[in-house]
Design a protein around this ligand. Sequence first.
Ligand code: HEM
Length: 375
Amino acid sequence: MYTAKRTSFLRLTTGALVGFAFLSFVSDINAQSGQGRGQGFRGGLGNGGQGNGGPGKGGPGRGPGMHGKGPGADLHDDRHDSDRDVFQFLLTNHEKIKRTVKELPNGVETLTESETPEVAAKIQEHVEWMNVRIQDTKPIRMRDPLFAEIFKHTDKIKMHHKDTDKGVLVTETSDDPVVVKLIQAHAKVVSGFVERGFEEAMKNHPVPDNKGTDVAPATPANPIIPNHGSVVQLPNAAHQPREGTKILIDVTRGSEPAELNAAIEKVAKYLNIYAGGGAKPAKGQFAVIFHGDATLAVLNDDAYSAKFKTNGNPNLDLLHQLHEQGVELFVCGQTLISKDAKPEEVAVFIDTAVSALTVVVNLQADGYAHLSLGK
Ligand code: HEM
């Protein structure tokens, strides 16, 4: 069953002795074949594949190279012309190809086959090489937005292929919902190549819309701070919250003394976003520094009431909830004293810092992102 393929690789290898290294072939199928050899990207080096004495099979080698250029450009690498010949052969023979695509929650499973052995062998050859292009980020067809986007995310694509008697069974998956959409869109394009051949290959293909349009009815929720800073969950949107994020929120915005400071409400929203705005909760470290017009929002009830003639401090309840959720709360000692307040008058769960300056500088040095909530 490998004869046609081995022949085609022998032809390729012989024709390319100058400039191409013989390389090992890393693939699912190779485990059952003999000594692996094949044509690779220039500069690639590798050991011969391990064999069990079975029939040998050529295949792609792996290695750095492509004339020293990095990924990202539509490079005319050493495989470019051979790959183009294979595309053209497949497109010319598209009517002899049958293909089914099963969408999985995290990608696709595709079966692409032909009753004509030569076509079946070319499908297998194509997929092996495209697998290498994905693994090594060797882009191709970069004028087509969908393909260009796929090659930006190769590190998040898992591709497994297994030859069948008449072609190849491929599973392509990703843990990233945006990349899952790309994989599924690409599988549809390949099906278009099979149905319409060159007519489809001449077209460009758009990147699927990931702007959250597929989001189920967006119901505002408060995953971690009840009654404040509600959010909607966007599990498929770009830029999901990352585990381990550190954020320093710099609050200088003042408010009416009898009302909750809107900047503190915003901090609650940030916590809710990390707790439930994305596909899954991401634990972060949050710190807040109060200074400027926000300084006195941190006073205890007695001190606040005395200063503003209110019945307690309207910010304390939410500040306490933030504290309970692990948010570190600081007030600038310099501003506090300049506003005739004392560290003893600050709510007990809020720390007085030497200054906002030192908090910002120290926490930025510790890797915190700095967000300003000013006027
Ligand atoms: C009739 C023609 C073609 C057939 C039968 C075919 C078949 C396949 C198959 C079976 C896969 C594995 C992924 C999947 O099944 O969805 C694949 C991947 C790929 N093909 Fe093709 N293909 C054809 C034409 C082309 C052309 C014209 C290009 C580019 C110029 C191309 C570029 C790629 C690339 C870059 C991949 C890997 C990317 C990925 O899977 O996400 N193919 N092809």
